[in-house]
Design a protein around this ligand. Structure first.
Ligand SMILES: [Zn+2]
Length: 209
């Protein structure tokens, strides 16, 4: 099964994609992770991506599509995949159609005020990448990862200014996709508020129907 998870930053797409990929045996493909991997390898491409992310801007289509195309060609994506954070524009959606056509496009609906609370409290492990939240999912020891003991940090793109920039970029660029996929008949919209487990239940019900 080929799926796209759609929704504003902080809608819980990543958490849900991680849950669903483990339970259903599909590859979880996050463009955020693809970007961070490119930044880490320190190439010219990676440096470009780093500057864009630090400023809270969206990575250009051409660059993103090249990274996604390469990722979907790997063997672990053969059985199925969940694309998390891609496509973000109708241009990207058209480009994706030339690689593969998603069976389901799942739209996670969450209000801006909920997103701000979620994202400003988010902390990420500098060692293994595990995601915490200072209110809803705190580590046992403040500032330290439960799994590997490394320091937790706040991503530069999780500052309030950066979040507001990302939300307005989402509303203007990604929201038309909801219309685009709706016309194709592959769109399902689910309520993205509440615990990951309750959102997962809604998701399973929606793709069963
Ligand atoms: Zn860790």
């Amino acid at each position: 099964m080929k799926m796209v998870f759609l929704g504003p930053p902080g809608a819980g797409k990543g958490t849900l994609a991680a849950l669903a990929s483990v339970r259903m045996g599909f590859a979880h493909i996050s463009t955020g992770d693809l970007f961070r991997a490119a930044v880490k390898d320190g190439s010219e491409l990676g440096k470009k991506v780093k500057n864009i992310l630090d400023e809270g801007r969206l990575v250009p289509d051409e660059l993103t599509i090249a990274l996604v195309r390469e990722r979907l060609s790997r063997s672990d994506a053969e059985l199925g995949w969940i694309l998390d954070g891609f496509p973000r524009t109708t241009g990207q959606a058209e480009a994706l159609e030339t690689i593969a056509s998603p069976d389901w496009v799942v739209n996670f609906d969450v209000q801006d005020s909920v997103i701000l609370t979620r994202l400003t409290g988010r902390r990420v492990c500098s060692g293994c990448g595990k995601i915490y939240h200072i209110v809803s999912m705190p580590p046992a020891v403040e500032g330290k990862c439960d799994v590997c003991g490394a320091d937790l940090y706040t991503r530069p793109d999780d500052s309030e200014t950066s979040i507001r920039t990302r939300l307005s970029a989402y509303r203007s660029q990604t929201a038309p996709l909801i219309e685009w996929y709706s016309k194709k008949g592959t769109l399902v919209t689910i309520d993205g508020t509440g615990s990951p487990e309750s959102v997962y239940e809604r998701f399973v019900e929606a793709i069963k129907a």
